[in-house]
Design a protein around this ligand. Structure first.
Ligand SMILES: [Zn+2]
Length: 314
């Protein structure tokens, strides 16, 4: 049947450049960029807007970001109010592709203002008993990726989005996602066993900003951010004084600086209390390629090892 064979040949020739082309995907920040790469493998070309060590809370999109997004078939964002700048970028780009909100289906963690009731469980706020500070903690916590159980949901959402824009490789994406999730679950189980051994008085620490509420829930810690949920606002002098009083009275042992934040505030608190800086945590961004937290798995392992090393000390 020469006619059919020749049309198949023509079709094949027409298809091959398309089949070789990678799916252009935009991820809003480095952690999502890595997750998309893990699930998409060789089939995707990932552009990340807020890169390694970058702070998505205060990001300002560039004209290049508009062009990048316009040329993408898939946009992967965190959601939960993390990327306040995304809506304007999205409309400026005229993006026509598929949008995935990676956190869709995650149980959001609500941070409470000091003024609200004190009904919080493992994640306590700085306990101010005065009303002259402007240190607001309230709102939806966007940092859901810091609990690996949530990232299982992120990965499923990403695999679904990739399969929607590239159905030909759906089974590849599903397989990559399943293998990645198995690694993540193993890592989580290993660390749960280690954190379970920490005594009650070694389960509290201070971080630069409130990026670790979900991690604290997962491993039964109390991690208090000196700076609140976003890096946008500086804490007042009264708020810092209240935090220092709390560290002294509760004998909170450890402090942690973050890769996206200025360490000055944490260093000031170290000078005024017995708490000691236990290292640097990667909160909202990976390290650059070749660094110690260049993938989400490496970042999680680094953060959990750093927390344990400081908290396990007698
Ligand atoms: Zn943050």
């Amino acid at each position: 049947m020469p006619l059919i064979r020749s049309s198949l040949l023509t079709l094949g020739l027409l298809m091959s450049p398309l089949a070789l082309a990678k799916v252009p995907v935009t991820a809003t920040f480095s952690i999502l960029g890595d997750l998309v790469q893990q699930v998409g493998g060789d089939q995707v070309a990932v552009s990340t807007l807020v890169g390694p060590d970058g702070d998505a809370h205060v990001y300002q999109p560039t004209p290049q970001d508009i062009r990048t997004l316009a040329q993408s078939k898939l946009l992967v964002s965190n959601g939960l109010g993390f990327e306040g700048w995304l809506e304007r970028l999205d409309s400026a780009s005229g993006f026509q592709g598929v949008k995935v909100v990676a956190s869709q289906g995650v149980q959001p963690h609500q941070m409470q203002d000091e003024d609200e009731d004190e009904d919080h469980d493992t994640h306590q706020q700085a306990g101010h008993d005065h009303d002259d500070d402007h240190h607001h903690h309230g709102g939806i916590d966007p940092h859901a990726w810091n609990n690996p159980a949530n990232v299982l949901i992120y990965v499923d959402n990403i695999a679904r989005g990739l399969s929607q824009v590239d159905p030909e490789h759906a089974s590849l994406y599903a397989g990559n996602a399943a293998r990645y999730k198995a690694k993540l679950q193993q890592l989580d189980a290993d660390f749960r066993a280690r954190f379970a051994k920490l005594p009650a008085d070694r389960r509290r620490a201070i971080t630069s900003h409130d990026a670790f509420g979900y991690l604290a829930q997962a491993y039964q810690l109390t991690l208090i951010g000196a700076q609140g949920l976003s890096t946008e606002s500086e804490p007042s002098a009264a708020a810092i004084a209240g935090l220092i009083r709390q560290i002294r009275s509760e004998k909170i042992p450890a402090l942690f600086v973050e890769n996206i934040s200025n360490p000055n505030l944490i260093q000031q608190i170290e000078r005024e209390t017995d708490a000691r800086v236990g290292g640097e945590l990667y909160s909202d961004a990976l390290s650059p390629a070749g660094g110690e937290a260049a993938t989400y798995l490496a970042m999680l392992e680094h953060n959990l090892n750093t927390l344990l090393a400081a908290l396990e000390k007698p």
